[in-house]
Design a protein around this ligand. Structure first.
Ligand code: AP5
Length: 194
């Protein structure tokens, strides 16, 4: 089993690159953002609670997100591996993920951190906001999301750096170029299917 964390600030391309990686390596994609938006659209209790945080660009409480991830890992019995997109976002989440995977006799193998200048992040997300319908794609909330990232999430890179699993990748190049660089890192662990 090969498990990858795709790490980076809002708008750095985690979702975009995850799609490509899933196609090429057939990993099971787990995006906490997508899972939360699904809960919101179904108006579940969890979704209604999460929406209050998401609409302000704040992180949803750790216990909510960790619970969701635990269920998803259990559901994917025969996965070739996982790609975690937008998770973990705090040190508590990173430690919980290590424990969940240890329970399954596996671990995080690689963390690829996409690095993109802040002005490009804002530009991309404002542009996406025109069509996305996402309630957090407006300049005020985007700024809050980026602030929250540097405060609570960026320090998680250190956690993986200490475990010697972190690789930083320039994410401001064209999508295909960035994908090629990500692929070079992944190929050291796993051969592509397609
Ligand atoms: P989430 O959905 O994870 O949002 P995010 O991290 O803000 O990520 P985005 O989806 O906005 O960006 P991305 O990096 O995936 O970039 P994308 O590929 O879309 O989380 C939303 C909210 O949910 C959070 O704010 C929080 O409230 C909550 N949440 C989620 N996970 C949580 C957790 N673990 N704990 C607590 N709370 C959690 O690309 C962005 C745009 O750029 C696209 O339009 C794309 O086409 C374009 N683009 C991508 N790459 C390039 C490129 N190379 N060149 C030009 N354009 C590009």
């Amino acid at each position: 089993m090969f498990n990858l964390v795709l790490f980076g600030p809002p708008g750095s391309g985690k979702g975009t690159q995850s799609e490509n990686i899933v196609k090429k390596y057939q990993l099971q994609h787990i995006s906490t953002g997508d899972l939360l938006r699904d809960e919101v659209s179904r108006q579940t209790t969890l979704g209604t609670e999460a929406k209050k945080y998401m609409d302000q660009g704040m992180l949803v409480p750790d216990e909510v997100v960790i619970g969701m991830i635990s269920v998803k890992i259990d559901e994917a019995q025969d996965a070739r591996g996982f790609i975690f997109d937008g998770f973990p976002r705090t040190r508590t989440q990173a430690e919980a993920l290590d424990k969940l995977l240890e329970f399954k006799n596996t671990k995080i193998d690689l963390v690829l951190a996409l690095e993109v200048p802040e002005k490009d992040l804002i530009e991309r997300l404002v542009k996406r906001g025109i069509t996305s319908g996402r309630s957090d794609d407006n300049e005020e909330v985007i700024t809050a999301r980026i602030k929250e990232y540097y405060l609570k999430t960026e320090p998680v890179a250190q956690y993986y750096s200490h475990q010697e699993k972190l690789e930083r990748v320039e994410g401001h190049r064209p999508i295909e170029d960035t994908f090629n660089v990500l692929g070079k890192h992944i190929n050291k662990y796993l051969l592509p299917i397609a």
